[in-house]
Write a protein of this length. Structure first.
Length: 468
């Protein structure tokens, strides 16, 4: 029997398994039916064979019957193809780079140990360099709501397969917004945890000091459940950090949100959906939250450093030797960005470290007055053909509100916020807080998403007023 519930949300699957109306093997078989019947879109790079996935489901049933605790029992998931999964090639969207890992990334190992079932590896901007979803030899990913518009990236395929109802959650990575931008354009949740909360062992590095394993899910609760299974200190990973104990309880007077000043929004030429963001502000106020306008200038100044030198040089350190040895096997836009860092000196790099340190110090007092910052997840969607014709400036528009987060050691939670009437593409808002306040963001994001009142993924478009 093949059976897939109306929603692949973890809570829905758990209820079906508990009631005996579904089994993991039936759900997995139904998902493979969906994958084979899905519209042609290059969201997948490789897929676990159906027989192997069904065998994993049967094995889980036996483990559960033997009394093993499996918090993610029978939950299907996918991983971005710069994250190692044993038995599947890791390509980083560059076939010449491909290798077959003997072991999975630690994050994947922990999910499998918790009872999750791997379905496959997803498409991405090559070497996770870009926010568009169009920089891949496997094809450009589109928003699930309009095939002419880019999905956002670099974790493009991961957001798409969650929105399409092919997995319950998917792993992405996030260095400058890759775990948030595609969540916004595909009406799903994107969780970007504090740097070091989830081990990056087994991840093809981009910027090792900034990289995070991120989660795409249908709800904030689902994203947190996946995070709980993955997180934890990893002594074998030099960028892993011990997790402090934070509760994330709201203050007595309700959450205090910082929002961009009117001039910060009006002064950004790439902004669309200003009415949707205004609605998000009204929704927050209706929840009893207090809004304060915040000067985004120091945040945006930090964001400009992402591709201003030092952190491009970090990409050069990560995979520049491969690109230099295989220039014709790498997309020109990726090759030119990374090899362009050859002229950056150590003195230039330290100057930017000092600049970033000064910006962090200037921003720090702000967190005494607000609990989180709310910004548009991305400025506006773009057509795929426009991004391919002029990739750099349009890609930078995607990252306007996201580039600064990891550089400033902040955590972030992207949640849906409605749809643009003209294109039908989804738009999101992102909540941002200091490192280790992930639980706080989960509470804020879940409340705001619930107040929106639209179902996640593809189902949200039919229920949106913009679709009427």
């Amino acid at each position: 029997m093949h059976f897939v519930p109306d929603s692949l949300a973890i809570t829905s699957l758990r209820a079906a398994y508990h009631a005996g109306t579904a089994t993991p093997e039936a759900v997995i078989s139904g998902i493979y039916d969906r994958i084979e019947a899905a519209p042609l879109q290059p969201a997948w790079i490789s897929v676990v064979p159906r027989a192997a996935a069904c065998a994993a489901a049967r094995d889980l049933a036996a483990r559960r019957a033997a009394g093993e605790d499996l918090p993610l029992y029978g939950i299907p998931f996918a991983a971005k193809d710069n994250i190692d999964v044993a038995g599947l090639p890791t390509t980083a969207a560059c076939p010449a780079f491909s290798y077959l890992p003997e072991t999975s990334a630690l994050a994947v190992e922990r999910l499998l140990a918790a009872g999750a079932i791997m379905i496959g590896k997803t498409n991405l901007d090559q070497f996770a360099t870009g926010l568009s979803g169009t920089r891949s030899p496997y094809g450009a990913c589109a928003s699930v709501f309009n095939p002419a518009y880019a999905s956002g990236g670099s974790s493009s395929g991961s957001a798409v397969v969650v929105a399409q109802g092919l997995v319950s959650f998917a792993l992405g990575t996030d260095t400058g917004g890759s775990g948030r931008v595609p969540a916004g354009f595909n009406n799903v949740v994107g969780l970007k945890p504090t740097i070091g909360r989830v081990s990056t062992r087994g991840l093809v590095p981009n910027c090792r000091t900034l990289d995070c394993v991120s989660v795409f899910a249908l709800t904030v609760e689902d994203a947190r459940l996946a995070l709980a299974a993955m997180e934890g200190f990893d002594p074998a990973n030099p960028f892993s950090r011990p997790i402090p104990d934070t509760a994330g309880e709201p203050p007595a007077g309700g959450w205090r949100l910082g929002v961009p000043r009117a001039q910060d929004l009006a002064g950004f030429p790439g902004l669309a959906g200003a009415d949707l963001f205004a609605a998000a502000c009204r929704r927050a106020e209706a929840l009893g939250w207090r809004l304060t306008e915040v000067d985004l200038s120091p945040f945006l100044a930090a964001g400009k450093l992402m591709f201003g030198g030092a952190w491009v040089a970090e990409r050069l350190a990560a995979f520049g030797d491969f690109i230099a040895a295989h220039p014709d096997d790498v997309l020109p836009v990726t090759r030119d960005i990374v090899l362009g860092a050859r002229g950056i000196s150590a003195a230039d790099t330290f100057s930017q470290f000092y600049e970033l340190a000064a910006l962090k110090r200037a921003i720090a007092p702000l967190w005494d007055d607000i609990d989180a910052l709310m910004v548009p997840t991305a400025g506006a969607p773009c057509r795929i053909d426009a991004l391919q014709a002029d990739p750099l400036p349009l890609n930078a528009r995607f990252g306007h509100f996201s580039y600064f987060v990891n550089l400033l050691d902040l955590c972030a939670m992207a949640v849906p916020n409605g749809f643009l009437a003209e294109s039908g593409v989804a738009m999101g808002v992102t909540f941002i807080a200091p490192a280790w306040e992930d639980a706080r963001l989960a509470r804020i994001g879940a409340a705001h998403h619930a107040a929106l009142g639209l179902p996640p993924g593809l189902a949200g478009a039919a229920a949106s007023p913009a679709a009427a």
